[in-house]
Design a binder for this molecule. Structure first.
Ligand code: SAM
Ligand code: SF4
Length: 333
């Protein structure tokens, strides 16, 4: 049964779900969560795999065709591959993607390939072991690097996510661009967002997307602007003659809201129709109260029909204060 297409109240199609399978993580990236004192959700508050499968089935019937599993670190749920095996069989889901820090990923790469994973986003902010340690507060660079090599060997499309941080990894921007010389991968530089779980954040950003692009262009004057795919969150570029490409994501400046086709479900099953809202529907509770699929669809439709126009409106409407009280690991980055 083909799904009917979903549109929000601003006429934007909704086709893409990003789902956090856990809020737990084996790294402590300073832009994402505090070093200590993290209160993880009790396990019973997380969506079970059965609930996730049911939710994706419902959303697939409503028009979602692309799913990304994220977190927290998805692979700290040790049976994650059981979920992956189930999702690839769901009718209507054409693309399954993963975002991972690569620490526990390598043993699963062959199977991910054979299950037809559409792409893997690998978080790698630096190519220097000491800086990796200082940013993530763990000495695990070699594992992430090994995962990158294996993903490339298995011919799985790879996007490297690198958050650009003033005073932390500016010296890594050019070496990361250089990775695209011989490898057909995308390296995406992301503006640092306020979701660090610390409760405080700056109101302006030094390394904005324009500054990042200008910096790259200073070193690669022939940097070529590529056409951006529909619903792309990145401005895309290529160094002529290089195999891969480079993207810059204005995640703090929020320039991409007009074409946003994505929704998020947090680790505890709360729907966010914008990254910057503070949750608009608790789907887990609806399921656990015994609501039918049809009843859940009605609730979802209501939420999609009252979606904020952009991230600024969503942030303004928050009831729970600054986005900085949230960690990207709970939201699902
Ligand atoms: N643990 C996995 C990983 O790191 O790839 C998946 C979850 S992580 C929250 C998803 C993405 O969010 C990562 O690429 C990470 O760099 C990005 N992220 C986390 N906090 C961020 C922040 N404050 N600003 C920008 N990006 C952030
Ligand atoms: Fe963990 Fe990913 Fe957050 Fe880093 S960005 S702390 S790897 S969830």
């Amino acid at each position: 049964m083909p799904a009917s297409q979903l549109y929000d109240n601003h006429g934007r199609p909704i086709t893409y779900l990003r789902l956090a399978v856990t809020d737990r993580c084996n790294l402590r990236c300073f832009y994402c969560m505090p070093e200590e004192g993290i209160k993880y959700l009790p396990k019973k508050q997380l969506l079970t795999f059965e609930e996730i499968e049911r939710l994706i089935n419902i959303l697939a019937q409503m028009g979602i065709s692309k799913v990304r599993l994220t977190g927290g670190e998805p692979f700290v749920r040790t049976d994650l591959m059981n979920l992956v095996r189930r999702i690839v069989t769901i009718e209507g889901i054409h693309d399954l993607h993963l975002t991972t820090n690569g620490i526990l990923t390598a043993p699963h790469i062959s199977e991910l390939k054979s299950l037809g994973i559409a792409s893997v986003n690998l978080s790698l902010d630096t190519l220097d072991r000491e800086r990796f340690k200082s940013i993530t507060r763990r000495d695990e660079f070699e594992k992430t690097w090994g995962t990158l090599q294996q993903l490339i060997e298995h011919n799985i499309p790879v996007k490297i996510n690198a958050v650009v941080m003033d005073g932390r990894n500016i010296e890594d921007i050019l070496p990361l661009v250089e990775l695209t010389r011989s490898h057909n991968i995308s390296v995406r530089f992301i503006e640092e967002m306020p979701f660090n779980g610390e409760g405080n954040h700056y109101s302006t950003l030094n390394w904005t997307y324009t500054k990042i692009v200008n910096y790259i262009r200073e070193h690669y004057p022939n940097l070529e602007r590529l056409a951006d795919p529909p619903h792309s969150t990145s401005y895309n570029y290529k160094v002529p003659g290089y195999n891969g490409d480079v993207g810059v994501i204005a995640a703090f400046s929020r320039t991409f809201c007009g074409t946003c086709n994505r929704i998020r479900v947090t680790a505890q099953g709360v729907l966010k129709t914008c990254l910057y809202d503070d949750g608009v529907l608790n789907i887990r509770d609806l399921m656990r109260e015994g609501k039918s699929d049809a009843e859940i669809k009605v609730n979802l439709l209501q939420a999609f029909n009252s979606r904020a126009l952009n991230g600024f409106e969503a942030e303004e409407k928050r009831k729970s204060g600054s986005p900085a009280i949230e960690s990207m690991s709970t939201i699902g980055g």
